[in-house]
Each structure stands twice: as C-alpha cells, then as structure tokens.
Design a protein. Structure first.
Length: 226
C-alpha cells in the first residue's frame, strides 16, 4: 500500500511539473500572440463601427486611450484608468456595454488580468466577451481562455476550449497552435493516444503552416508514439 501511495505521489508531482512546463513554454504565445491580433483587429472593428455609427465615437475614443497604455504594458492603469484621460477598460466595458468598443474592452481587460497572472479575473472577463466580432479575434480569445484555464488547473476545460479555438479559427495560422497546446495537455493527463491524434491532424491538415515547423511536429509525434 505504501509503495502504491508513493507511486501515486510521484505521478502527481510529474503531472504538476508537466503542467508548469506547459504554462511556462506557452506563456508568450498565450498572451503576446493574442494581444497582437486583438490590437490589429480592434482598430479595424472600431473604425468600421465609427463610420457606420457615429454614436460609437465616444466609446471608441475611450477605448483608444486605454489601448495606448495596454501597448506600453501599463496594465494596471489600462484596467482602472490613469486619472489623466484614460478611464480604464473596466469602465469602458461597463459604460459602453452595448457597443463594439465596450465588448472589446472586456477582452482587453481579460488580457490585462492574464498579464498580471490574476487568472480567475482573467477567465471572468474573457468569458464575458462576445465571440461574434472577428474571425481572428474570436479564436484567439478562446485560445487565451483555454490557457487561462490551464493556469487555473482545469485541464479538461482548457483542452475543450483550445479545441474549440482550433475549430473556430479553421486556418493554418492559429489552428495548429491550439491543437498542439491541447495535445500537450493531453500528455499532462497521461493520454498519449489523444495527443497523438491531434499531432497527426496538425501534420496532415496543416502541413504548409508557417506556425509549426515540420520537424517540430514530427518530434511531438515520435514522443507520444513510443
């Protein structure tokens, strides 16, 4: 019995170690990758909405001031305001909740919290973001949310969300990234067969993807196929 308990303890330690490695290896992809997509897409969305509906001007202007701080990595002031014109993403989301800018503010707020490693707050804000705005922003948001769940230790939810992100994206730029991340979490759970399916999907479906080097995906496959 003691030996069995010892083996379980070792397995738990290894699982925690793998999860920590996954989080550390993907931290930049999780946050910086989605941030870049959001900044570009947000500018397009807000400009289009401004042209179509001038009433959104105030919301867009308020969001833009927060974005400036966000791009400078000043996440606390981007969230809560700087007292010098920027009212903060949280207030933009609240006061302009019915606008595109207000919706994007929720996403930005979630990313700010993630940058600060406030994972529960990050999950709450990302979950409140409407996923109907943009073909790139929506899957990138799901990808970020999946990784937030991983940081919260909910690997089942993380995998489900990452797979949804890959399906929503349905392109060679984002889908391979999320499939591989989901595969790594399957490995953490001791499910190499499930991981292998995802790695093979990347190799066959996204063979020309610039996001994943061919030799890298081969290494993933070799690792779990042993």
């Amino acid at each position: 019995m003691a030996k069995k308990q010892q083996n379980v303890a070792v397995e738990n330690i290894e699982a925690v170690s793998k999860t920590e490695a996954f989080i550390e290896n993907n931290k930049k992809t999780i946050l910086y990758g989605v941030c870049a997509i959001v900044v570009i897409a947000a500018a397009i969305i807000c400009y289009v909405q401004f042209i179509k509906n001038p009433r959104e001007q105030k919301a867009n202007e308020a969001l833009a001031l927060c974005e400036t701080l966000f791009q400078k990595d000043v996440y606390d002031k981007a969230l809560d305001g700087d007292g010098q014109g920027c009212i903060g993403f949280l207030k933009v989301a609240d006061e302009y909740s019915s606008t595109k800018a207000g919706n994007l503010a929720k996403l930005y707020a979630g990313l700010c919290y993630a940058q600060q490693e406030k994972w529960e707050d990050a999950a709450k804000m990302l979950e409140s973001f409407s996923l109907k705005d943009d073909a790139m922003v929506s899957p990138a948001t799901l990808g970020a949310l999946g990784n937030v769940y991983a940081n919260l230790g909910d690997n089942d939810k993380a995998i489900k969300t990452l797979l949804k992100a890959a399906k929503t994206a349905d392109n060679a730029s984002l889908s391979p990234i999320y499939l591989i991340e989901a595969g790594e979490l399957y490995e953490v759970q001791g499910k190499p067969e499930e991981a292998l399916k995802l790695y093979k999907e990347v190799k066959t479906k996204y063979v020309t993807s610039m996001a994943v080097q061919q030799q890298d995906i081969d290494r993933y496959i070799e690792r779990v196929a042993q």
